[in-house]
Design a protein around this ligand. Structure first.
Ligand code: G3P
Length: 220
């Protein structure tokens, strides 16, 4: 599963990029607004840090304006993927941009039927929101399983991006369900490293080694 970071924060992106495990970035208008710079500027800086798909979302809501805005965003950098909401206008814009060879990420997906529409419109990525379904007492991960099944049945090439991941179990279950991509906040990515047995084991290895090869104050 590809790992994307769901943030527009440059410090977080730089830190995670150094680990060499980040395949791309997703942003949305809320995340961009948090950083205080216009989307074009912020996204260009993100493209300088991470070499992978970078989703940039339109804020227009009418298909014609979405298409125009999407074309503008796509021109910022070759790695930009134009993010569109799963509305009638968004799907219309997705069809038009896909026909032009512009890659799209259809977001705010909450049902298998919506995901089917996005695939038919030629979406490059579909973004089902796991955590927000859990928030309303629906099982968000069931949606990931449904979409993987539906796309598999018909051989759709649209990649399933498991979004709104709030904790490590969401990441694990997305990978088990067969999502192509999981996008997560920096905090969740950082948590994936943790295991008490890793810490305990390393501590023991170093202590054992030091007992034989190191005496107080000297290292051979
Ligand atoms: O990728 C979508 C994501 O930003 C939504 O996450 O936690 O706001 O539901 P959340």
């Amino acid at each position: 599963m590809k790992i994307f970071l769901d943030t527009a924060n440059l410090d977080e992106l730089r830190k995670a990029a150094a680990w060499g495990i980040v395949d791309g970035v997703t942003t949305n208008p809320s995340l961009i607004a948090k950083e205080g710079r216009p989307i074009e500027e912020q996204v260009r800086m993100i493209c300088d840090i991470i070499d992978g798909d970078i989703s940039a979302e339109v804020v227009a809501t009418e298909s014609k304006a979405m298409i125009e805005e999407g074309r503008g965003l796509a021109k910022i950098h070759k790695n930009i993927v134009v993010k569109l909401p799963l509305t009638r206008d968004g799907i219309q814009a997705c069809s038009a941009l896909s026909k032009d060879g512009i890659r799209t990420n259809v977001t705010l997906c909450f049902s298998g039927n919506q995901a089917l529409l996005a695939a038919k419109a030629g979406a490059y990525i579909i973004s089902p929101f796991v955590g927000r379904l859990d928030d309303i007492s629906a099982v968000g991960m069931d949606l990931i399983r449904d979409i993987c099944l539906i796309y598999g049945n018909y051989g759709y090439k649209t990649q399933v991006l498991s979004a709104s991941l709030r904790h490590p179990l969401h990441v694990l279950d997305s990978a088990k369900a067969g999502a192509h991509i999981g996008t997560m906040p920096f905090k969740v990515l950082d948590m994936l490293f943790n295991h008490p047995l890793t810490d305990k084991g390393l501590d023991q290895f170093l202590k054992d080694y030091a007992k034989v090869f190191q005496t107080a104050g000297s290292v051979r």
